[in-house]
Design a protein around this ligand. Structure first.
Ligand code: NDP
Length: 294
Protein backbone atom coordinates (compact mmCIF):
# COMPACT_ATOMS: atom_id res chain seq x y z
CA UNK A 1 0.00 0.00 0.00
CA UNK A 2 1.20 3.51 -0.75
CA UNK A 3 2.19 5.61 2.25
CA UNK A 4 -0.63 8.17 2.51
CA UNK A 5 1.75 10.80 3.92
CA UNK A 6 3.62 10.84 0.64
CA UNK A 7 2.47 12.69 -2.47
CA UNK A 8 1.21 10.19 -5.01
CA UNK A 9 1.53 9.84 -8.73
CA UNK A 10 0.78 7.18 -11.30
CA UNK A 11 2.85 6.68 -14.44
CA UNK A 12 1.27 4.80 -17.35
CA UNK A 13 3.88 3.78 -19.93
CA UNK A 14 7.41 2.75 -19.12
CA UNK A 15 9.39 3.39 -22.27
CA UNK A 16 12.65 5.29 -21.73
CA UNK A 17 10.69 8.46 -20.92
CA UNK A 18 8.19 6.90 -18.50
CA UNK A 19 11.01 5.11 -16.71
CA UNK A 20 12.98 8.34 -16.31
CA UNK A 21 9.87 10.12 -15.04
CA UNK A 22 9.07 7.40 -12.51
CA UNK A 23 12.69 7.59 -11.33
CA UNK A 24 12.45 11.35 -10.90
CA UNK A 25 9.31 11.02 -8.75
CA UNK A 26 10.91 8.27 -6.65
CA UNK A 27 13.97 10.50 -6.13
CA UNK A 28 11.68 13.20 -4.73
CA UNK A 29 9.90 10.93 -2.29
CA UNK A 30 6.66 10.34 -4.16
CA UNK A 31 4.64 7.16 -3.77
CA UNK A 32 4.81 6.01 -7.39
CA UNK A 33 2.39 3.56 -9.00
CA UNK A 34 3.35 2.32 -12.44
CA UNK A 35 1.66 0.33 -15.18
CA UNK A 36 3.05 -0.88 -18.48
CA UNK A 37 1.80 -3.27 -21.17
CA UNK A 38 5.07 -5.16 -20.83
CA UNK A 39 5.15 -5.57 -17.06
CA UNK A 40 8.82 -6.64 -16.95
CA UNK A 41 9.84 -3.06 -17.72
CA UNK A 42 8.64 -2.07 -14.26
CA UNK A 43 11.11 -4.32 -12.44
CA UNK A 44 13.94 -1.80 -11.88
CA UNK A 45 11.39 0.73 -10.60
CA UNK A 46 9.70 -1.77 -8.29
CA UNK A 47 13.16 -2.55 -6.91
CA UNK A 48 13.41 1.15 -6.05
CA UNK A 49 10.03 1.22 -4.30
CA UNK A 50 7.45 1.80 -7.03
CA UNK A 51 4.22 -0.21 -6.92
CA UNK A 52 3.30 -2.12 -10.08
CA UNK A 53 -0.47 -1.93 -10.56
CA UNK A 54 -2.05 -5.17 -11.67
CA UNK A 55 -4.32 -3.42 -14.18
CA UNK A 56 -4.78 -0.04 -15.84
CA UNK A 57 -7.88 0.44 -13.66
CA UNK A 58 -5.84 -0.10 -10.50
CA UNK A 59 -3.20 2.31 -11.81
CA UNK A 60 -5.88 4.98 -12.30
CA UNK A 61 -7.37 4.32 -8.88
CA UNK A 62 -4.02 4.73 -7.10
CA UNK A 63 -3.41 8.46 -7.68
CA UNK A 64 -5.31 11.58 -8.65
CA UNK A 65 -2.53 12.63 -11.05
CA UNK A 66 -1.84 10.12 -13.81
CA UNK A 67 1.13 10.79 -16.08
CA UNK A 68 0.75 9.13 -19.47
CA UNK A 69 3.93 8.46 -21.43
CA UNK A 70 2.99 6.25 -24.36
CA UNK A 71 4.13 6.18 -27.97
CA UNK A 72 1.07 8.10 -29.15
CA UNK A 73 -2.54 8.86 -28.32
CA UNK A 74 -3.82 5.69 -30.00
CA UNK A 75 -1.86 3.74 -27.38
CA UNK A 76 -3.59 5.78 -24.67
CA UNK A 77 -7.01 4.66 -25.90
CA UNK A 78 -5.76 1.07 -26.11
CA UNK A 79 -4.73 1.25 -22.46
CA UNK A 80 -7.35 3.53 -20.86
CA UNK A 81 -10.53 2.88 -22.85
CA UNK A 82 -11.05 -0.56 -21.24
CA UNK A 83 -10.51 1.14 -17.84
CA UNK A 84 -12.67 4.18 -18.59
CA UNK A 85 -14.94 3.62 -15.57
CA UNK A 86 -11.93 4.48 -13.36
CA UNK A 87 -11.25 7.82 -15.09
CA UNK A 88 -13.66 10.05 -13.14
CA UNK A 89 -11.84 12.53 -10.92
CA UNK A 90 -8.41 11.80 -12.41
CA UNK A 91 -6.05 14.39 -13.87
CA UNK A 92 -4.48 12.96 -17.01
CA UNK A 93 -1.14 14.59 -17.79
CA UNK A 94 -0.58 13.31 -21.29
CA UNK A 95 3.10 13.55 -22.20
CA UNK A 96 2.78 11.27 -25.24
CA UNK A 97 3.51 13.08 -28.46
CA UNK A 98 0.89 13.39 -31.19
CA UNK A 99 -0.96 15.99 -33.24
CA UNK A 100 -2.80 19.03 -31.83
CA UNK A 101 -6.08 17.64 -33.22
CA UNK A 102 -5.60 14.35 -31.40
CA UNK A 103 -4.79 16.20 -28.19
CA UNK A 104 -8.03 18.19 -28.49
CA UNK A 105 -10.02 14.98 -29.12
CA UNK A 106 -8.37 13.34 -26.10
CA UNK A 107 -9.31 16.28 -23.87
CA UNK A 108 -12.94 15.92 -24.98
CA UNK A 109 -12.78 12.16 -24.42
CA UNK A 110 -11.34 12.61 -20.92
CA UNK A 111 -13.99 15.22 -20.05
CA UNK A 112 -16.74 12.88 -21.21
CA UNK A 113 -15.45 10.38 -18.63
CA UNK A 114 -15.18 12.96 -15.84
CA UNK A 115 -11.40 13.37 -16.06
CA UNK A 116 -9.30 16.48 -16.61
CA UNK A 117 -6.64 16.51 -19.32
CA UNK A 118 -3.43 18.46 -19.61
CA UNK A 119 -1.50 18.09 -22.84
CA UNK A 120 2.25 18.09 -22.46
CA UNK A 121 5.16 18.21 -24.87
CA UNK A 122 8.49 17.31 -23.34
CA UNK A 123 11.38 18.99 -25.13
CA UNK A 124 14.24 16.87 -23.75
CA UNK A 125 15.34 13.24 -24.05
CA UNK A 126 15.15 10.87 -21.04
CA UNK A 127 18.47 12.17 -19.68
CA UNK A 128 16.85 15.61 -19.25
CA UNK A 129 13.95 14.35 -17.12
CA UNK A 130 14.06 15.73 -13.57
CA UNK A 131 16.60 18.40 -14.52
CA UNK A 132 15.96 22.01 -13.46
CA UNK A 133 16.75 23.53 -16.86
CA UNK A 134 14.69 21.09 -18.92
CA UNK A 135 11.33 22.28 -20.20
CA UNK A 136 7.90 20.92 -21.08
CA UNK A 137 5.06 22.71 -22.89
CA UNK A 138 1.61 22.41 -21.31
CA UNK A 139 -1.87 23.40 -22.36
CA UNK A 140 -5.36 22.78 -21.04
CA UNK A 141 -7.34 24.33 -18.17
CA UNK A 142 -5.18 26.95 -16.41
CA UNK A 143 -6.60 26.09 -13.02
CA UNK A 144 -5.66 22.41 -13.40
CA UNK A 145 -2.15 23.39 -14.49
CA UNK A 146 -1.72 25.74 -11.52
CA UNK A 147 -3.11 23.21 -9.03
CA UNK A 148 -0.65 20.51 -10.15
CA UNK A 149 2.29 22.64 -11.15
CA UNK A 150 4.46 21.26 -8.33
CA UNK A 151 3.94 17.74 -9.72
CA UNK A 152 4.72 18.83 -13.27
CA UNK A 153 7.96 20.43 -12.09
CA UNK A 154 9.21 17.00 -11.06
CA UNK A 155 9.11 15.95 -14.73
CA UNK A 156 11.10 18.98 -15.89
CA UNK A 157 12.09 21.97 -13.79
CA UNK A 158 10.68 24.43 -16.33
CA UNK A 159 7.00 24.27 -17.23
CA UNK A 160 5.83 26.41 -20.13
CA UNK A 161 2.05 26.93 -20.09
CA UNK A 162 0.80 27.92 -23.57
CA UNK A 163 -2.95 28.36 -23.02
CA UNK A 164 -6.34 26.70 -22.55
CA UNK A 165 -6.52 25.07 -25.98
CA UNK A 166 -5.41 21.44 -25.42
CA UNK A 167 -3.81 21.46 -28.87
CA UNK A 168 -1.32 24.24 -28.13
CA UNK A 169 1.26 22.22 -26.21
CA UNK A 170 1.20 19.61 -28.97
CA UNK A 171 1.57 22.36 -31.57
CA UNK A 172 4.60 23.88 -29.84
CA UNK A 173 6.09 20.42 -29.48
CA UNK A 174 5.61 19.77 -33.21
CA UNK A 175 7.11 23.17 -34.10
CA UNK A 176 10.26 22.03 -32.35
CA UNK A 177 10.09 18.57 -33.87
CA UNK A 178 9.88 19.67 -37.50
CA UNK A 179 13.01 21.72 -36.91
CA UNK A 180 14.76 19.00 -34.93
CA UNK A 181 14.21 16.18 -37.41
CA UNK A 182 15.00 18.21 -40.52
CA UNK A 183 18.04 19.84 -38.89
CA UNK A 184 19.41 16.53 -37.70
CA UNK A 185 18.77 15.05 -41.13
CA UNK A 186 20.68 17.98 -42.62
CA UNK A 187 23.53 17.13 -40.30
CA UNK A 188 23.48 13.42 -41.19
CA UNK A 189 23.52 14.47 -44.85
CA UNK A 190 26.60 16.63 -44.25
CA UNK A 191 28.31 13.79 -42.38
CA UNK A 192 27.58 11.38 -45.26
CA UNK A 193 29.10 13.88 -47.70
CA UNK A 194 32.10 14.35 -45.43
CA UNK A 195 32.61 10.58 -45.17
CA UNK A 196 32.40 10.23 -48.95
CA UNK A 197 35.29 12.68 -49.03
CA UNK A 198 37.40 10.82 -46.46
CA UNK A 199 36.46 12.97 -43.46
CA UNK A 200 34.91 11.82 -40.18
CA UNK A 201 31.98 13.19 -38.19
CA UNK A 202 34.53 14.43 -35.64
CA UNK A 203 36.50 16.24 -38.37
CA UNK A 204 33.49 18.34 -39.36
CA UNK A 205 32.04 18.82 -35.86
CA UNK A 206 33.50 22.33 -35.28
CA UNK A 207 32.19 23.59 -38.64
CA UNK A 208 28.82 21.89 -38.10
CA UNK A 209 28.53 23.48 -34.67
CA UNK A 210 29.42 26.94 -35.95
CA UNK A 211 26.87 26.60 -38.77
CA UNK A 212 24.12 25.50 -36.35
CA UNK A 213 24.98 28.32 -33.95
CA UNK A 214 24.62 30.88 -36.72
CA UNK A 215 20.96 29.99 -37.31
CA UNK A 216 19.34 31.96 -34.43
CA UNK A 217 20.59 35.25 -35.88
CA UNK A 218 18.89 34.35 -39.18
CA UNK A 219 15.65 33.48 -37.36
CA UNK A 220 15.75 36.84 -35.57
CA UNK A 221 16.59 38.84 -38.70
CA UNK A 222 13.73 37.38 -40.73
CA UNK A 223 11.00 37.14 -38.04
CA UNK A 224 9.74 40.75 -38.20
CA UNK A 225 10.08 40.90 -41.97
CA UNK A 226 8.06 37.70 -42.39
CA UNK A 227 5.35 38.90 -39.99
CA UNK A 228 5.16 42.15 -41.99
CA UNK A 229 4.93 40.20 -45.26
CA UNK A 230 8.21 41.77 -46.45
CA UNK A 231 10.25 39.47 -48.63
CA UNK A 232 12.29 42.08 -50.47
CA UNK A 233 15.47 40.79 -52.10
CA UNK A 234 17.70 43.47 -50.59
CA UNK A 235 19.86 40.98 -48.68
CA UNK A 236 19.38 37.72 -50.53
CA UNK A 237 17.51 36.63 -53.62
CA UNK A 238 15.77 33.30 -54.16
CA UNK A 239 17.43 32.99 -57.59
CA UNK A 240 20.81 33.05 -55.82
CA UNK A 241 19.43 30.52 -53.30
CA UNK A 242 18.38 28.17 -56.12
CA UNK A 243 21.85 28.32 -57.67
CA UNK A 244 23.34 27.60 -54.23
CA UNK A 245 21.17 24.59 -53.45
CA UNK A 246 21.88 23.24 -56.95
CA UNK A 247 25.59 23.40 -56.10
CA UNK A 248 24.79 21.43 -52.94
CA UNK A 249 22.88 18.83 -54.99
CA UNK A 250 25.65 18.51 -57.58
CA UNK A 251 28.33 18.18 -54.88
CA UNK A 252 26.41 15.21 -53.48
CA UNK A 253 25.86 13.65 -56.90
CA UNK A 254 29.59 14.01 -57.72
CA UNK A 255 30.51 12.31 -54.44
CA UNK A 256 28.12 9.41 -55.09
CA UNK A 257 26.06 10.30 -52.02
CA UNK A 258 22.28 9.89 -51.75
CA UNK A 259 20.63 12.98 -53.24
CA UNK A 260 17.02 12.62 -52.02
CA UNK A 261 17.25 15.42 -49.45
CA UNK A 262 19.20 18.01 -51.51
CA UNK A 263 16.98 17.24 -54.52
CA UNK A 264 13.87 17.97 -52.45
CA UNK A 265 15.41 21.27 -51.33
CA UNK A 266 16.16 22.21 -54.96
CA UNK A 267 12.58 21.33 -55.90
CA UNK A 268 11.18 23.69 -53.22
CA UNK A 269 13.45 26.56 -54.26
CA UNK A 270 12.56 25.98 -57.92
CA UNK A 271 8.86 26.11 -57.10
CA UNK A 272 9.44 29.45 -55.41
CA UNK A 273 11.26 30.81 -58.46
CA UNK A 274 8.52 29.49 -60.78
CA UNK A 275 5.92 31.19 -58.56
CA UNK A 276 7.56 34.52 -59.35
CA UNK A 277 9.81 34.96 -56.31
CA UNK A 278 13.21 34.88 -58.07
CA UNK A 279 13.99 38.48 -57.08
CA UNK A 280 12.52 38.11 -53.56
CA UNK A 281 14.26 36.90 -50.41
CA UNK A 282 14.33 33.17 -49.82
CA UNK A 283 12.06 33.90 -46.86
CA UNK A 284 9.33 34.12 -49.54
CA UNK A 285 9.35 30.31 -49.41
CA UNK A 286 7.24 30.65 -46.26
CA UNK A 287 4.40 31.84 -48.50
CA UNK A 288 4.82 28.69 -50.57
CA UNK A 289 5.07 26.35 -47.59
CA UNK A 290 1.90 27.72 -46.00
CA UNK A 291 -0.23 25.92 -48.58
CA UNK A 292 -0.18 22.35 -49.90
CA UNK A 293 1.56 21.99 -53.27
CA UNK A 294 -0.82 22.53 -56.18
P1 NDP B 1 8.34 4.45 -26.50
O1 NDP B 1 7.58 4.46 -27.76
O2 NDP B 1 9.68 3.81 -26.47
O3 NDP B 1 7.53 3.75 -25.30
C1 NDP B 1 6.33 4.24 -24.82
C2 NDP B 1 5.47 3.22 -24.15
O4 NDP B 1 4.32 3.06 -24.97
C3 NDP B 1 6.00 1.81 -23.86
O5 NDP B 1 5.82 1.61 -22.49
C4 NDP B 1 5.08 0.90 -24.67
O6 NDP B 1 4.74 -0.29 -23.99
C5 NDP B 1 3.85 1.75 -24.77
N1 NDP B 1 2.94 1.40 -25.86
C6 NDP B 1 3.09 1.68 -27.17
N2 NDP B 1 2.03 1.26 -27.86
C7 NDP B 1 1.17 0.70 -26.96
C8 NDP B 1 -0.11 0.10 -27.06
N3 NDP B 1 -0.74 0.00 -28.23
N4 NDP B 1 -0.67 -0.35 -25.93
C9 NDP B 1 -0.06 -0.23 -24.75
N5 NDP B 1 1.15 0.33 -24.57
C10 NDP B 1 1.76 0.79 -25.68
O7 NDP B 1 8.42 5.98 -26.11
P2 NDP B 1 9.36 6.85 -25.14
O8 NDP B 1 9.31 6.35 -23.76
O9 NDP B 1 10.70 7.07 -25.78
O10 NDP B 1 8.58 8.23 -25.26
C11 NDP B 1 7.26 8.37 -24.76
C12 NDP B 1 6.62 9.58 -25.44
O11 NDP B 1 7.44 10.72 -25.19
C13 NDP B 1 6.50 9.44 -26.97
O12 NDP B 1 5.28 9.99 -27.38
C14 NDP B 1 7.66 10.25 -27.50
O13 NDP B 1 7.40 10.78 -28.78
C15 NDP B 1 7.77 11.33 -26.43
N6 NDP B 1 9.13 11.88 -26.33
C16 NDP B 1 10.19 11.04 -26.34
C17 NDP B 1 11.48 11.54 -26.26
C18 NDP B 1 12.66 10.62 -26.25
O14 NDP B 1 13.78 11.12 -26.40
N7 NDP B 1 12.49 9.32 -26.03
C19 NDP B 1 11.72 12.99 -26.16
C20 NDP B 1 10.51 13.79 -26.08
C21 NDP B 1 9.27 13.24 -26.18
P3 NDP B 1 5.67 -1.61 -24.08
O15 NDP B 1 6.79 -1.40 -23.10
O16 NDP B 1 4.74 -2.71 -23.70
O17 NDP B 1 6.15 -1.70 -25.50
Amino acid sequence: MANSAKPQVTIVGLGPMGQAMAGSFLDRGYAVTVWNRTAARAEPLVARGAVLASSASDALAASEVVIISLTDYAAMYDVLAPASSALAGRVLVNLSSDTPERARAAARWAAAHGAEHLTGGVTVPPSGIGQPDSATFYSGPREVFDRHRHVLEVVTGRVDYRGDDPGLAALFYQLGMVMFWTSMLGHWQAVALAQANGLTAADVLPHATETANSLPSFFAFYADRIDAGQHGGDVDRLAMGLASVEHVLHTHADAGVDTALPATVVELFRRGVNAGHAADSFSSLVELLRKPAA
